[in-house]
Design a protein around this ligand. Structure first.
Ligand code: SAM
Length: 268
């Protein structure tokens, strides 16, 4: 076993962060950044720091490794297209069931909820399930509180909406609280896209910016889980740099390929 391998094993066993799911070059970049910060040159020396938990290094590393980077209305042009998908779906079905898979701290599912309200959907007919593997991210998501320091341009992000002021309560310069009528549309739950079962019957699933960090071998299981969870005619949206692997691609037609929106076709 190499020093790097020992380090990854230690992180997986002692912190519960599943290093084996992640792309090694991604892990190496993140770990090397912590090593530079702490002024150590070898993986072995860094492992010693982790063993001693010197200056809370385990927590610092975990923070660096968990990629919860997200924002409200990330990739604006996708959201204009999603508005149409929501409106068309609401015309077709009684309730619109949406899954934000890998929702991080909740900004994605809350964006979907705000968009549905902004587009005039009846809130009684909108159900959003939001899941992530990371319990800390889920508790921040449930709280729905976003500090101005971490979301400096949140007003800009919400300016995509027709009536942004209706969906958040601003607390001076401290931050924003997502309004209750938005929170009421979203249910948060822990779900591991690699090991947990697929769901079923969703009209729209967003699975964005998770596969880019995950080791190649797990992309297919993730997208298989996700695609089985969408009803025929339902939509899937991926992150802007993500693609569907061949095995899953045949279950979809491109609804808008430039912005990674796909429609599930009937099984053959
Ligand atoms: C970069 S965030 C993406 C957030 C949001 N979808 C977006 O595009 O803004 C990636 C999220 O994937 C989650 N994640 C990583 N592995 C996962 C897995 N196996 N199952 C579910 N979520 C996972 C991470 O915890 C993180 O919150």
């Amino acid at each position: 076993m190499t020093e790097f391998g020992d380090l990854l094993d230690f992180v997986e066993n002692e912190t519960g962060f599943a290093t084996s799911y992640y792309d090694e070059s991604y892990l190496d970049r993140r770990i090397s950044a912590r090593m530079r910060r702490r002024g150590v040159d070898t993986y072995g020396e860094y492992l010693d720091l982790l063993r001693e938990d010197d200056a809370g290094e385990r927590a610092e590393l975990l923070d660096t490794l968990s990629v919860n980077v997200t924002q409200f209305f990330r990739d604006e042009k996708v959201w204009a297209a999603l508005r149409d998908v929501l409106v068309e779906t609401a015309d077709d079905v009684r309730t619109v069931d949406i899954w934000s898979a890998a929702c991080a701290d909740g900004r994605e599912p809350y964006s979907i909820a705000m968009l549905a309200l902004d587009a005039g959907l009846d809130p009684r007919n909108v159900n959003i399930l939001a899941t992530d593997i990371d319990e800390d991210a889920l508790s921040r998501a449930r709280a729905g509180w976003y500090e101005s320091t971490r979301t400096a341009d949140i007003s800009d992000q919400l300016s995509f909406l027709d009536n942004p002021g209706e969906y958040v309560d601003r607390d001076g310069d401290r931050g924003f609280q997502v309004a209750d009528h938005v929170k009421d549309l979203v249910t948060f739950e822990r779900h591991d896209l690699i090991t947990d079962d697929p769901k079923s019957g969703f009209d729209l699933v967003a699975c964005r910016n998770v596969c880019i960090y995950i080791d190649k071998q797990y992309k297919l299981p993730i997208l298989d889980t996700v695609s089985q969870s969408i009803r025929e005619g339902g939509h899937l949206v991926l992150g802007q740099t993500e693609t569907l692997p061949g095995e899953v691609k045949e279950r979809f037609e491109a609804a808008d390929p430039r912005i990674r929106i796909y429609r599930r076709v009937p099984d053959t």
